[in-house]
Design a protein around this ligand. Structure first.
Ligand SMILES: Nc1ncnc2c1ncn2[C@@H]1O[C@H](COP(=O)(O)OP(=O)(O)OP(=O)(O)O)[C@@H](O)[C@H]1O
Ligand SMILES: [Mg+2]
Length: 173
């Protein structure tokens, strides 16, 4: 997590971004985030295949005191993990292509419920996921990597709403 937070204005809210230079740094960032989360928080993780969405979620789970191993729920669509204070709901909507399919996933039962909800590949259904959410955009910084080297990742937070803004502000401190 070098370089600390960078703030720049972006559509829909101020951006708070970090650069992580290894999987462990992404997990460490997620861990800090997980410690801040409260019931009902909604996080939409966006980024290409392999960008690090699940690794960040592993960190979030650690920060919440989840002891089970977190993996990508690509085939199950949704998973629930027991944290120390509350459950973590983890969704991966990659295999869905129509909003009508969301009903069967149970996601509407857990959004705003007794734990935070972390959603990979949720941007395609953003209209269904609510106005109050923390968008997290992960990108590979390919241009800065030496040939053959694994690129660092930018992890950028775009809050929508008062509670997500509070989370982003706390991450930036
Ligand atoms: N700085 C980094 N941050 C996160 N992951 C990294 C980093 N550097 C290398 N990696 C590797 O990149 C991969 C990221 O995989 P991950 O499953 O988290 O991606 P994902 O965004 O969830 O992909 P998918 O869309 O397939 O679910 C892992 O193998 C991880 O070890
Ligand atoms: Mg994943």
């Amino acid at each position: 997590m070098s370089a600390g937070p960078m703030n720049a204005s972006a559509p829909g809210g101020a951006k708070t971004a970090f650069v992580t230079r290894s999987t462990d740094q992404t997990i460490a960032l997620g861990r800090r985030l997980g410690e801040l989360l409260e019931p009902g928080d909604v996080l939409v993780l966006t980024g290409d295949l392999g960008a690090g969405k699940t690794q960040l979620t592993k960190g979030i789970a650690l920060g919440m005191g989840v002891t089970d191993d977190v993996c990508s729920p690509t085939f199950t669509i949704g998973m629930v993990y027991e944290g120390a204070r509350m459950p973590l709901y983890h969704y991966d909507l990659y295999r869905l292509d129509d909003p009508s399919q969301l009903d069967d996933t149970g996601i509407f039962d857990v959004l705003g419920d007794d734990g935070p909800c972390v959603i990979e590949w949720g941007e395609q259904f953003i209209d269904q996921l609510g106005d109050e959410r923390l968008d997290v955009v992960l990108s590979r910084l390919d241009d800065e990597a030496a040939p053959g080297e694994e690129p660092a990742r930018e992890v950028a937070f775009y809050p929508h709403g008062a509670r997500p803004e509070q989370i982003a502000a706390q991450m930036g401190m």
